[in-house]
Design a protein around this ligand. Structure first.
Ligand SMILES: Cc1cc2nc3c(=O)[nH]c(=O)nc-3n(C[C@H](O)[C@H](O)[C@H](O)COP(=O)(O)OP(=O)(O)OC[C@H]3O[C@@H](n4cnc5c(N)ncnc54)[C@H](O)[C@@H]3O)c2cc1C
Length: 433
């Protein structure tokens, strides 16, 4: 059978998925491949694991859900934990596959792996790559990557005026049953990936469950059942509960949900329920997400440098005791502490919380912002290289904030947690655990 391998990385879905669509169109047998890349579980120079337990568990759930979905389409999903640089050449040979499809990644570590994978394949194997993680596709934006504006509003307005958003990619036709591989391919467990099983506290902001099915359930709940989308602009700076914001970020981060899928669902909502500032604002936030992807495309490794994309010289500290106070929620600011405890115990923190703890870390504690970003990378269930490092740059004053603001934490706590309920939730609960 003429076979293609689809390598999944941060596009772990079947719907609105370019690789599957293209592969299924031209190949008799399509096999999907995902690996828990060993490098992603190593410790960084800051002493954190690149991937912590929350994201690992979420990714396992995502793969479990996708494996079942793909089976219905007669596509086998192979999941491993050896490097793609070894696994992919093995499967290409074993399956006698003549093509490899995958989503383009451009950050240094991701590129190192994809380049090594491509180098390991004979030139008889055709390689097809494409961008599939944007709202505004790079082919459709009204500017070159080199001239992406340094100010978000300029970028947004140009895209809104001169660009369009592509329709979702249709589902491919179902392949012949014979294309399924006989062997059962098990998914590594949390323990096999080096973590003990754990329970998330019951007062978590959201009981995240990986997989496109649960992402779509969340859309049903947040848009169609509760119609909370109609109030998003007023509630999005909230701190407590499941509905102050969409909570789509973990699914977007591993690609089990695409930004286009959300965009077109908002369009339908605007037609069938209501169009208002809130429905627009969710798209506005998705444009932020795109913006940080374009910033990292434009600036390459500078997003990981101390001076950021502005090459600014500040004096930063890296004292490990001060750092520990921040990660453990033991600083002088209860509002920061509550947020840091939430992150430690659940892998999630609101956008308002992230802005405050990052600003406090970089601008009050004067700590090397990259340590904070690296801790977030380990801890966040929704870690996304572009959004995380882009937001950290922004808050630390070495990125795209033209005003280089510093948050007044006490005023922020008074404004967003006036009755102290959020702080009580995480500070008190911790005392009794
Ligand atoms: C220091 C810092 C680090 C961050 N790290 C990450 C990260 O690793 N991964 C991540 O997805 N987001 C990150 N964010 C952005 C934002 O905090 C989260 O996307 C948001 O809190 C997720 O919750 P939600 O899905 O309910 O968001 P909603 O408010 O419902 O927004 C909808 C979607 O818009 C996008 N979005 C919203 N705000 C931002 C933003 N500021 N930047 C980029 N995209 C945005 C997200 O994809 C989000 O899911 C970070 C923000 C800060 C200040």
């Amino acid at each position: 059978m003429i076979t293609a391998l689809v390598w999944l990385r941060n596009d772990v879905r079947f719907q609105d998925q370019q690789s599957f669509f293209n592969a299924c169109k031209s190949y008799e047998r399509v096999v999907a491949y995902y690996t828990f890349e060993p490098k992603d579980f190593e410790k960084t120079t800051w002493g954190f694991q690149k991937t912590g337990k929350f994201r690992t568990r979420f990714n396992i759930e995502t793969l479990q859900s996708l494996q079942l979905e793909l089976k219905e389409k007669n596509i086998t999903l192979i999941v491993e934990k050896r490097s793609a640089t070894v696994g992919i050449p093995h499967w290409i040979e074993d399956l006698n596959a003549s093509a490899l499809f995958f989503q383009k990644e451009w950050t240094a570590e991701e590129k190192l792996i994809s380049n090594a994978v491509c180098d390991s394949l004979s030139n008889k194997v055709q390689i097809f790559t494409h961008y599939d993680q944007f709202l505004f596709h790079p082919d459709d934006i009204p500017m070159d990557i080199d001239s992406i504006p340094q100010v978000f509003t300029v970028f947004r307005k140009k895209c809104e005026k001169y660009s369009t958003i592509k329709s979702c990619i249709p589902e491919p036709a179902i392949l012949d049953k014979k294309s399924l591989l006989a062997a059962p391919f098990t998914i590594p467990t949390l323990e096999e990936l080096g973590f003990a099983s754990f329970d998330t506290p019951t007062h978590t902001a959201f009981p995240f469950l990986g997989g496109t099915t649960s992402a779509l359930n969340r859309i049903t709940d947040y848009f169609w059942k509760s119609e909370r989308l109609s109030f998003y602009k007023q509630t999005r700076n909230g701190l407590l509960g499941s509905d102050y914001s969409s909570k789509y970020s973990p699914w977007l981060a591993n690609g089990s949900l695409s930004a286009r899928m959300i965009y077109w669902e908002v369009q339908r909502y605007e037609k069938e329920i209501q169009k208002n500032e809130s429905t627009y604002w969710l798209i506005f936030e998705l444009i932020w997400r795109d913006y940080f992807k374009y910033i990292s495309l434009k600036h390459g490794n500078a997003i990981f440098h101390l001076g950021g994309i502005l090459d600014k010289k500040y004096t930063w500290d890296s004292n490990s005791e001060i750092f520990l106070k921040w990660t453990e929620g033991k600083t002088t600011e209860p509002f920061v502490n509550a947020n840091m405890i939430e992150l430690k115990k659940t892998g999630f923190m609101s956008n308002r919380g992230r802005q405050n703890v990052a600003s406090f870390f970089a601008k009050s504690m004067l700590m090397d912002w990259r340590m904070g970003a690296a801790y977030f990378e380990q801890q966040l269930i929704d870690y996304d290289v572009h959004s995380n490092w882009g937001n950290w740059l922004y808050v630390a004053g070495v990125g795209n904030d033209p005003r280089d603001r510093k948050f007044n934490i006490k005023l922020q706590a008074d404004r967003y947690d006036a009755k102290g309920q959020y702080q009580k939730c995480w500070l008190q609960n911790t005392l009794f655990e």
